[in-house]
Design a protein around this ligand. Structure first.
Ligand code: 5AD
Ligand code: SF4
Length: 428
């Protein structure tokens, strides 16, 4: 979501005639697109903003912009105004379209602070695309779920679906422009359409895109387990261009912790959902987000998470240490878990998922998979990488003329998370 927001920021600036440069010393505008989901990201950004003071001494015409979800947090815009007066523009997550106007005003030395929730339309400005052959497409914004640890509903506002016709128009244009992979984005894609007309659901959107002509892949993220419907699973099964790959954050394997997190499912519900998905999509890759160290998490709760990870067999997992966010209910919960315990648990969780990934990787060796070539793996010479339909990253030797092509790769070896193979067939 944040990467795509940065593409929008870049698009607006390019539309005004700016071009990107590779050093802050040479910049006329510096934009900080911030994230506040965890504390570490937030701390880093204040350090970077502080460094603007010196840069401005050297270049008084430099324009500094802070946007993204951090600026939307209560009190942050005022804090920036007071403690970082050299920041010219503060914008929120929903009013990026004001950036052009804000820069025009900053050029006249007039500051612009606006963090109102006034959801822009994607069509209101140009977007720069940086992830060919993939293109990101927003389908809904904000979140109504209020998981007790999460700041997102406060900084991205209430759920709001984009009109289906607008999404379809954007997707058709991207396919005409040559993108081979579309990734639909929303905090909770499965609740797409709740605020639209009857029948405008996420499953319907998948069918409409799945029906489009031409060879391309469709992915989406993120799915909340409580809202993933049978209709969506059926749509994935019906259309070959919708990838058998579901990002299904579980967060914890303990019922007690899930309840305290306000996730509104139990581990049994989750297992039943995974069974339902796998019975319809046998080669599906399921990925997840997991958190350790939520307040009051006991050793037994954590063991339940490890047990769930072993049983579900995720193809990969983003594992996080719980970070206390001011303004969320979990912030004031008693019995916060000490950092040393969190650290020990994350190490064990990562090791556990590593074992699972290794096991899955071994079963892939000797088989062929269709891969969309995404780009170079710069750590190795003449090596490109791409993903299988299920979302696993594969490395193979070829030159960059293959980027954007579908190839068939024979997996030759696996080193835990990384798969290595060779191209055995390529389109044209
Ligand atoms: N601390 C740690 N991780 C968090 N996430 C959301 N809020 C927090 C927090 N306070 C994680 C969740 C979510 C992912 C995007 O970030 O796992 O799924
Ligand atoms: Fe945060 Fe929960 Fe909404 Fe995801 S569903 S954005 S974790 S509140």
């Amino acid at each position: 979501m944040n990467v795509h927001d940065s593409e929008k920021i870049a698009g607006i600036l390019e539309g005004m005639g700016y071009a990107s440069c590779d050093s802050v010393e040479n910049a006329d505008i510096i934009v900080f697109n911030t994230c506040c989901i965890r504390e570490t990201a937030e701390q880093k950004i204040y350090g970077h903003i502080g460094a603007v003071k010196n840069l401005k001494r050297k270049n008084p015409n430099l324009i500094a912009v802070v946007c993204g979800c951090m600026s939307q947090q209560e009190g942050v815009a005022d804090k920036i105004k007071e403690s970082y007066p050299y920041v010219d523009i503060v914008l929120g997550t929903a009013n990026l379209n004001m950036l052009e106007q804000a820069i025009v005003s900053a050029r006249k030395k007039k500051k612009y602070y606006n963090v109102d929730f006034m959801q822009y339309r994607e069509e209101d400005f140009n977007q720069s695309r940086t992830s060919y052959p993939n293109a990101w497409v927003n389908i809904n914004y904000g979140c109504n779920n209020f998981c007790t640890y999460c700041i997102v509903p406060y900084v991205r506002g209430r759920e709001h679906s984009r009109p289906m016709q607008d999404i379809l128009r954007e997707v058709r244009q991207l396919l005409d422009d040559g993108y081979e992979e579309i990734t639909l984005l929303g905090q909770n894609v499965n609740s797409y359409g709740h605020d639209l007309q009857e029948g405008e659901t996420f499953a319907k959107l998948l069918h409409e895109i799945g029906k489009l002509e031409g060879k391309f892949r469709l992915r989406f993220m993120t799915s909340h387990p409580k809202d993933l419907s049978q209709d969506v699973i059926d749509a994935i099964a019906q259309h070959t261009n919708i990838c058998d790959n579901i990002h299904l954050p579980v967060q914890s394997g303990s019922n007690e912790i899930l309840r305290k997190m306000n996730r509104r499912y139990t581990r049994e519900d989750y297992f039943a959902l995974v069974d339902k998905i796998r019975s319809k999509l046998p080669s599906v890759g399921i990925t997840t987000d997991i958190m350790v160290g939520f307040p009051e998490e006991t050793e037994q709760d954590f063991e339940d998470t490890l047990d769930l990870v072993r049983r579900v067999k995720y193809s990969s997992a983003f594992c996080f240490v719980y970070s206390r966010r001011k303004g969320t209910p979990a912030y004031s919960m008693e019995n916060q878990v000490p950092y040393a315990v969190k650290k020990e648990r994350i190490t064990r969780l990562l090791a556990c998922q590593n074992e699972v990934t290794k096991e899955i990787s071994q079963t892939m060796v000797g088989n062929c998979y269709e891969v969309l070539v995404e780009g170079a793996n710069f750590r190795y010479q003449n090596t490109m990488c791409g993903r299988t339909e299920s979302g696993r990253l594969v490395n193979f030797k070829c030159d960059d003329s293959y980027i954007g092509k579908f190839v068939t790769v024979l997996i030759e070896r696996a080193s835990s998370a990384t798969l290595w193979g060779k191209i055995v067939k390529s389109e044209d």
